[in-house]
Design a protein around this ligand. Structure first.
Ligand code: FAD
Length: 487
């Protein structure tokens, strides 16, 4: 039986009438409107801003990272198993490279743990040589075959049922939120604007620019970049009248084990991937837990990220089968994410020069790794429309707060204001910082994604009272009602 763990992925409510973050100046025309503040939209906004474009990011949810980007495995993929020379493979390679280049300047996390791709039966073992050849074709040429004995020497807690595998030394663990938040913050600090609670409802191109109709009022931009993730096809239909792909969300459920389990596996334990999915992974999280997941369940709903007991039990059993000592470990949380899968395996990136419009759709299961590469692709396409911008003389490089357990956290420093969330050691200063500035958290889910508050063993049981006081007046849906307001 699984302990009753709350999902740590609340859904921020959609508030189309929420006030704009930066009210539009009358008559203002942006160079580019980026629709959607998932990891892809945040990376695109950063790249275009650093190239000198005047950008507005338009997000329908009350806060950023509310779609596919809120619940992934947090792996920075090398792209070893991507279809060779596909757009996906090229964007993962470019995104991976840029992440490593910029991560110290932006203070982004990295757990350099490597991955082991493991075969558990004869059929999987037979596929290992072809997968290693594919990795090398994709430029991941440091993969190394491992015998059962070598695998067990590296990972002594694995079941001896493992047959063979190979090592991918440069697959790393990051987290879903630090990087995209930092990308968007960097865009904002260099002049971009962001409108949250602002759904794009329609629009028309007059030959020079788009007039967008949004829940927060009209916006004008010379180009549109559709990064709407799970709603990418719907946004294309609203603006272009047609879409060349259809999103069929693919749910992935996860079980997150307690931090005590993190010492059971050093590397990311990957299965032999299939055509449909990368399969169930065991890996440490950036936050010091150990997760098992995800599943790959096609569904019609674009926002139902619920979990179910039978699937979570299956995942837990599968984890124990591979890593028997997990049997004694409590579960801290469960969650699910939705992949924006389409009928095509490759990304759906389409440029329509005549309408100055780029769709960045179907970014299914590797978008966290490829986002910076996709952003460069979008810039290249806008330049092919004839756009040219002048990059800022000196760009600002804001540093992200440390969320990972594998680097020094704020609680260890003096003047942290005291610890508010004791499970995750989140300080008052971190919470105050997350409630401040142009990208201030707008909901409890947004606050979690910026600080980790409520994500630990008690899932908020102890800290929600303090949080409701500190956040008073900050959220449109307060954590606690005033007694005077009750009833
Ligand atoms: C279970 C799972 C595991 C994964 N594991 C990994 C991994 O380990 N590594 C990795 O690299 N990738 C991973 N991924 C993939 C990655 O999470 C996705 O590729 C990525 O999140 C897609 O981001 P996106 O920005 O395209 O879409 P989204 O995150 O969905 O962003 C789109 C945004 O557009 C907004 N929007 C929609 N319609 C409108 C509108 N009309 N107006 C305004 N805004 C709108 C939405 O609210 C949303 O915020 C995983 C995904 C899942 C689900």
């Amino acid at each position: 039986m699984l302990p009753a763990a709350a999902s740590h992925e609340d859904h921020a409510s959609v508030m189309p009438d929420a006030p704009a973050d930066h009210p539009a100046q009358r008559g203002e025309t942006f160079d580019a409107a980026v629709i959607g503040a998932g990891v892809v939209g945040c990376a695109v906004a950063r790249r275009l801003t650093l190239e000198g474009a005047k950008v507005v990011v338009i997000e329908k949810a009350s806060d950023i990272l509310d779609g596919a980007s809120k619940g992934n495995s947090g792996i920075l993929h090398t792209g070893f198993d991507a279809p060779p020379d596909s757009l996906e493979q090229r964007c993962i390679a470019a995104g991976y490279r840029e992440y490593l280049e910029i991560r110290e300047r932006l203070n982004l996390p990295l757990l350099a743990c490597g991955a082991l791709v493991l075969a558990w039966n004869e059929e999987e073992e037979a596929r290992l040589p072809a997968l290693m050849a594919q990795a090398r074709a994709n430029g991941v040429d440091d993969v190394a075959a491992l015998s059962r004995a070598e695998i067990l020497a590296l990972e002594p807690n694995l079941s001896p049922r493992v047959r063979a595998g190979f090592r991918v030394p440069r697959e790393y663990v990051i987290d879903p939120w630090s990087a995209p938040t930092a990308y968007l913050r960097q865009a904002l600090e260099n002049g971009a604007a962001c409108r949250r609670g602002c759904e794009v409802l329609g629009g028309a191109f007059d030959g020079e620019a788009w007039d967008l109709e949004t829940g927060g009022g009209p916006l004008r931009a010379r180009a549109v970049v559709n990064c709407a993730g799970l709603y990418g096809d719907i946004v294309d239909r609203r603006l272009l009248g047609e879409a060349s792909f259809t999103i069929r969300p693919r749910k992935g459920q996860f079980v997150v084990f307690d931090k005590a389990a993190a010492s059971l596996a050093e590397a990311i334990i990957l299965p032999v991937p299939t055509a449909k999915t990368k399969g169930v992974v065991i890996c440490r999280t950036s936050f010091g837990n150990l997760l098992v997941g995800p599943t790959a369940e096609d569904q019609d709903s674009r926002d139902d990220a619920s979990t179910d007991g039978a699937t979570l039990k299956m995942l837990r059993d599968k984890g124990i089968e591979m890593l028997p000592a997990l049997a004694g470990m409590p579960v801290t949380a469960t969650y699910a994410g939705l992949r924006p899968a389409s009928e095509d395996k490759d990304y759906q990136v389409k440029a329509r020069a005549a309408q100055r419009y780029v769709t960045v759709g179907g970014i299914r299961s590797t978008g966290l790794s490829s986002a910076l590469g996709l952003a460069r692709e979008v810039h290249r396409l806008l330049v092919s429309f004839g756009d040219s911008y002048t990059p800022p003389q000196e760009a600002a490089w804001p540093r992200a707060g440390v969320l990972t357990d594998y680097a020094e956290r704020a609680w260890a420093r003096p003047d942290n204001g005291g610890i508010v969330c004791h499970c995750e050691l989140v300080t008052r200063r971190e919470i105050e910082a997350a409630l401040d500035g142009p990208l201030a958290a707008r909901s409890l889910a947004g606050l979690k994604r910026r600080t980790r508050a409520t994500m630990g063993r008690c899932q908020g049981f102890y800290c929600l009272g303090a949080l409701s006081q500190i956040t008073e007046g900050c959220f449109e849906e307060p954590l606690a009602e005033d007694e005077g307001d009750a009833g």
